[in-house]
Design a protein around this ligand. Sequence first.
Ligand code: GCO
Length: 484
Amino acid sequence: MNRREWIKRSGYTGLSILLVNNIGAGKSKNEEIIVDGIREATEITKSDFGPDFIWGIASAAYQTEGAWNIDGKSESNWDHFTHNTGKVERGENADDSTDFYHRFEEDIELVKSMNFQVFRFSLSWSRILPNGIGSINQKGLDFYHRVIDKCISVGLEPWITIYHWDMPQVLEAQGGWTSRQMLDWFSEYVDVVTREFGLKVKNWIVMNEQLSYTAGGYLAGVLAPGRKSIGGFLKAVHHSVLCNAIGATIVRRNVEGANIGTTFFTSYIEPVNQEKKNIEAAARVDAAVNRLFIEPSMGMGYPVETLPVLKKISKYFEAGDEQLMIFDFDFIGIQYYFRSIVEKSIIPGIRANEVKASERGVEVNEMGGEIYPEGLYHILKKFSGYKRIRNMLVTENGVCVPDQYENGRIQDNRRIGFFNDHLLAVRMAKEEGINVNGYMVWSPTDNFEWDKGYRTRFGLVYIDYQTKERIMKDSGLWFRNFLK
Ligand code: GCO
């Protein structure tokens, strides 16, 4: 579908259709109607999504909590990585970050005030089990009870992500995801947290973006633990796939009435042109990015036919693994930020290369990813093709753009435009009967963006990192109005 067709089908009419003629391909549809300086919602309302649609917002422990060594918490792999490797921009770390640990009440009230109904957050394993396994840190459990209770008291539904990339360093030092012992370590952790919180929390997400922490952590070396080896990566993938299903099985066993999901990193992948070699390169990247984790969990095995380098993963199989990898998730979380254009290259294994958005003259976020709302529609459609997926939610979508804090205000109309356009894409999918039933924004407040440190800001609420003051951006006010 071309851009004009997409805009038409996604509900832009009248003035917008005229404007389409003046919008270059790939540019964001920033036709703005501004009231009091804030961009209005264009051709879209909350009610378009129906009364049962779930509106939420997502965050993660390491990125927000701070308090890295307080109240019995041990060093995590991310503490270790930020303190020792020099791989984070400006040498930053999340020792304090937004100090969610002490300011969670204010943040949860802010989420409520923006009219979201779900607050998704993750647990810090090293706060709960400082030795990885074994003795439990009561103060760690108490903290999450306070967070959960606060959500419930203001009328927000807590959704827990069990693993959002941070584990106790003592386990990482023994191999982390490359060690098969992870199956036992992870099982124990999931057992502890589901028994502890399962009476209060019914919505559970086992993993956040397995691709990111396995490829970023063990292949590219840009995320914790910063290692680079194909063998390590393949082991990490396989153990992560096994733990995803094993963890979900434990949630099922321990939490009565649980709604169990897991989230996947996605990107809409297209070839640079229709030459066969580039189409095939795009298929390989698509297999690595969009299929590698979901297909084994649905009993389809790894996508080795499309991506032969994955054959080596069979070395790490033990008897029964094919079956052990499978879990019938209640829902799948789609996390979408950008489109990728690829071409064939000589890079071993993947034999493909990304054609950078910066070289294509398209609109990009501050991390260089192409802002391409249609891609979210295509991804939802693609995943709806898996018959075993029963329900989908967008569990993360958001954008980093340079925020200017001026006169006590952050006028982030570009971010508002991003959300408006991506919600149009979700609505279009929904109108076609695609089973997408929720949307979560990344993220409530600005926070520590992994290897980028504090440079890139995704929040609906601005953080002044000197004072830890919270200032709602115009995008937060936009959601407050849109969701009321
Ligand atoms: C991820 C993580 C988040 C990131 C977000 C923005 O999906 O990578 O869930 O922790 O901050 O995606 O890059």
